[in-house]
Design a protein around this ligand. Structure first.
Ligand code: EPU
Length: 357
């Protein structure tokens, strides 16, 4: 087992923040995790799982052993009368999986094109875009329990998916028995996702509920677009609105869209008639965090080298380059200033989406 020391993490986080891992293990296969569990030196040490680094803010060097997930492989595992079950290694890039499924003639993931990050990170925050969330296509996953040194399988219910949320984001209860896992049980810091299986139904329907996509369909004058066409539209829409992390460092949406009660929403509408809001199936109302931040005048502003993206106020960006990059501290200072002004004006607390380390 090769543990690398003092490894620069700047290439491994899409914000491009300068930080180092005191120790890093590349996990290219399940056997690497078994070797880790068998190694007494690392048993009690804290560990930090790193996927594509597209949803983290590093506020300093990482002292925990970084597990860099590099398990590869994509295959059609099973074909039933109704669906294809596709399996991918945690270290594959999510967008590559979306493209590969379409190349195989398997539609269903096209709305999730161009989301940065790896396959293994996708269930952690239940990635979603343009009317589809990972949970809508999820079948099951394999994970490794760092506490017991065993592999286990979770289905969708056990993952406890929510809006940008899952069991993997919540703290683990010490020593709890996974086989009796109740809903809401936390696996953060304990489970390492190694493979993910998705169910792609043969009865495919285009998902065009999201306004930007429907508008595009009308412009193009297409009645019933194919999956490949939706993939291309989603890529275009994202490229026009969201910064490419290989050019401008960022971690996608920095805050979750907050949810309020219909009463709270009516109060806010009375004061701010233009507020962008969406009624949810559970009766709550989701507000567009980007709109709230924009309304507070933050779009295009900077604090030090941390900036608010000009075309989408929900995205914080790195205005530095190379060794002169933004620090995690600067990003969090900007994030807190935004939270304060949104709270003072609207009485709403914004919750960050990325993991702050
Ligand atoms: N808006 C503004 N000003 C802004 C930004 C947005 O007024 O600066 C308004 C827009 O005009 C629009 C509304 O806010 O009416 C919503 O904006 P948008 O359609 O861009 O979507 P979003 O709610 O900001 C969410 C996800 C994205 C996902 C898109 C498309 C969250 C936190 N973000 O963004 O996910 O791609 O919808 O489905 O739910 C991510 O999680 O990293 C991410 C990019």
């Amino acid at each position: 087992m090769l543990v690398e020391k003092n490894v620069p993490l700047q290439p491994y986080n899409t914000f491009g923040i300068v930080a180092r891992a005191q120790a890093l293990l590349r996990v290219g296969a399940e056997a690497d995790l078994l070797a880790l569990a068998a190694d007494a030196r690392w048993q009690a040490e804290p560990k930090f799982v790193l996927g594509g680094g597209s949803n983290v803010v590093l506020t300093g060097d990482v002292r925990a052993l970084v597990l860099k997930m590099e398990i590869k492989g994509m295959r059609v595992l099973e074909e039933t009368e109704r669906a294809w079950i596709v399996e991918a290694g945690a270290g594959e890039l999510w967008h590559d999986l979306v493209g590969w499924t379409l190349d195989q003639g398997l539609p269903g993931l096209e709305n999730l094109a161009l989301i940065p990050g790896t396959v293994g990170a996708a269930p952690v925050q239940n990635i979603g875009a343009y009317g589809v969330e990972l949970q809508d296509r999820f079948e099951s996953l394999d994970a490794f329990d760092l506490l017991t040194g065993r592999f286990f399988v979770l289905d969708a219910a056990q993952c406890a998916f929510g809006y940008r949320d899952s069991v993997f984001k919540h703290a683990a209860a010490d020593g709890a028995d996974l086989s009796a896992m109740p809903r809401g049980f936390g696996l953060a810091g304990r489970a390492v996702i190694t493979r993910v299986r998705l169910r792609l139904p043969k009865a495919w329907q285009p998902e065009l509920g999201y306004l930007d996509l429907e508008r595009r369909r009308q412009q193009e004058g297409v009645d019933r677009p194919q999956a490949r066409q939706i993939f291309d539209w989603v890529c275009d829409i994202r490229r026009a609105k969201l910064p490419d992390p290989s050019v401008i460092g960022n971690a996608g949406s920095f805050f979750k869209n907050p949810s309020v009660s219909p009463e709270q929403c009516s109060d806010i509408i009375a004061r701010e008639p233009r507020i962008v809001h969406y009624p949810m199936p559970d009766g709550s109302v989701k507000l567009a965090a980007g709109w709230l931040i924009d309304a507070c005048g933050w779009k295009g502003k900077s604090v030090g080298k941390a900036g608010v993206y000009e075309k989408q106020a929900l995205v914080l960006v790195n205005r530095g380059q190379g060794s002169d990059s933004v620090t995690g501290g600067e990003v969090m200072t900007l994030a807190r200033a935004i939270q304060t002004s949104v709270y003072e004006r609207f009485g709403i607390r914004l919750e960050p989406e990325p993991v702050v380390v």
